[in-house]
Design a protein around this ligand. Structure first.
Ligand code: EPZ
Length: 420
């Protein structure tokens, strides 16, 4: 099992190229099941989760061709419609094959994804939505058995809570349903918008893209297309915070500033300064502030502060002046990074779904354990700022969502190495 060894205390200086969004690539790949023509995706990040979904799609009968950061996916006319547990359990986003399979192929057997470290993460909204669209669904032996022999029929679905992949699954299913489907209280994360834009290129009829109400007119079939994946806003935010916590200066390229409206506002209040450049943004500590300071955040669906940046932001708050209250409202167990930060000398108190973080002059390096993807990014940031050496175990979590993180950081002066 790989580990990362970091000698902290070196300000980051240099340029980081931001990749395509993992959480856009996964639904975009699943969209290939809606047509038998080639779907060509560019700006695809080289991540473990992408390879896992490729393997799952291949097991269904999709041919995939990976060339550098481009991925071509072609689903044959007749597919195997069973997504096995041993692949689905590795990545719960596999649930995204359910909607397209039922909608275009009339049936699907998809393993229930099971929970993960950050929460039970049920998929009841995906299932209820497909039933409302006319599918018959049975849960048996850990699998979802879904049938829609005569195809799906459009209807109005109102989400009781915002669900990113729930919105994506049902939007894809609705594209080939008969008649109109309205999704109310739909997620409007940039990754949902990216998927909708790609579906429209494939021939789908979708109105309200980028809003909480999506209206989809079903069509008979969809074609292939070429689509470039939206930049990864979570990778972008992670490196912004890495610049802040090391008091360095980074230029982040191939990204977009409209993807992080709330995060950039919060980081400016903390004392960071952003300067747009020709194809990205330069981030550094604002030279006119004497020190970085605490700011409180509450995670919310887009455009609020993203839950996927909560752990990384907490790392930053451990070493700035003052006390920050960080409230996690999306997942019930997304504070596992706190135990590891405490071992590095952070001052954090948890009350239910809120954590009160009081800044300390510096963290101290220690051996720590990554528990999930974003917690591992949090520990890398803490290690970069800590005095002494930090060794992060179970780095496979990091590889799921960050392409070559140690290479990108080393190129900016970080003393970081991977130990196999
Ligand atoms: C997506 O997960 C992302 N993953 C997550 O990123 C992200 O944290 C999350 O959205 C929230 O932004 C992908 O896009 C592949 P949800 P998703 O459905 O769709 C509850 C990362 O680190 N819920 O928006 O699974 C659920 O329990 C990952 O890259 C139900 O109750 O999240 C949660 O409390 C982690 N029933 C809330 O809704 C359902 O049927 C939001 O979940 C579905 C969800």
């Amino acid at each position: 099992m790989d580990r990362l060894r970091i000698q902290g205390g070196h300000p980051l200086k240099g340029t980081v190229r931001i990749g395509g969004a993992k959480n856009a690539t996964l639904p975009l790949m699943s969209a290939c099941l809606l047509t038998d023509q080639p779907l060509i995706l560019d700006n695809v990040p080289n991540l473990a989760d992408i390879h896992t979904l490729s393997r799952l799609l291949e097991s269904l009968g999709v041919t995939t061709h990976h060339d550098d950061h481009s991925l071509t996916l072609t689903a044959q006319k007749t597919l195997n419609t069973r997504a096995d547990y041993d692949l689905v359990r590795k990545m719960r986003a596999s649930i995204l094959v359910l909607g397209p399979l039922v909608s275009r192929h009339g049936q699907a057997e998809v393993s229930l994804p099971g929970g993960c470290a950050i929460g039970t993460r049920p998929v009841d909204l995906h299932i209820k939505g497909l039933e409302a669209l006319g599918a018959t669904i049975e849960l048996k032996e850990g699998y979802i058995y879904a049938h829609a022999r005569n195809g799906l029929v459009g209807t109005t679905l109102s989400f009781p809570l915002v669900s990113v992949t729930g919105t994506e699954n049902l939007m894809m299913a609705a594209c080939l349903a008969k008649g109109q489907t309205k999704l109310l209280n739909a997620a409007k994360e940039p990754e949902v918008t990216d998927l909708a834009e790609c579906l429209v290129k494939m021939g789908a009829k979708i109105q309200g893209i980028g809003t909480n109400t999506l209206t989809i007119e079903g069509v008979k079939d969809l074609q292939g297309c070429t689509h470039s994946v939206v930049p990864d806003r979570i990778e972008t935010g992670t490196y912004m915070m890495a610049a802040g916590i090391t008091k360095g200066e980074l230029e982040l390229t191939h990204t977009r500033l409209d993807l992080l409206p709330t995060v950039m506002g919060v980081l400016e209040k903390v004392g960071l300064q952003f300067e747009p450049t020709s194809n990205g943004v330069r981030v550094r500590v604002n030279p006119s502030v004497s020190h970085l300071k605490s700011v409180g955040v509450t995670t919310e669906p887009f455009p609020g502060f993203p839950t996927d940046l909560q752990a990384q932001f907490m790392a930053l708050m451990t070493v700035v002046q003052g006390t920050s209250t960080i409230s996690e409202t999306i997942f019930e167990n997304r504070f596992m990074h706190i135990a590891e930060l405490l071992r590095m000398g952070a001052h954090i108190q948890v009350q239910g779904s809120s954590a009160s973080v009081t800044g300390v002059p510096h963290l101290v390096g220690a051996p720590v354990m990554a528990t999930d993807l974003r917690a591992s990014a949090c520990l890398v940031l803490a290690g970069l700022a800590a005095q002494g050496e930090t060794v992060i175990n179970r780095v496979y979590h990091l590889d799921r969502g960050y392409e070559s993180m140690e290479t990108k950081l080393r190129a900016c002066g970080a003393h970081i190495e991977r130990i196999s």
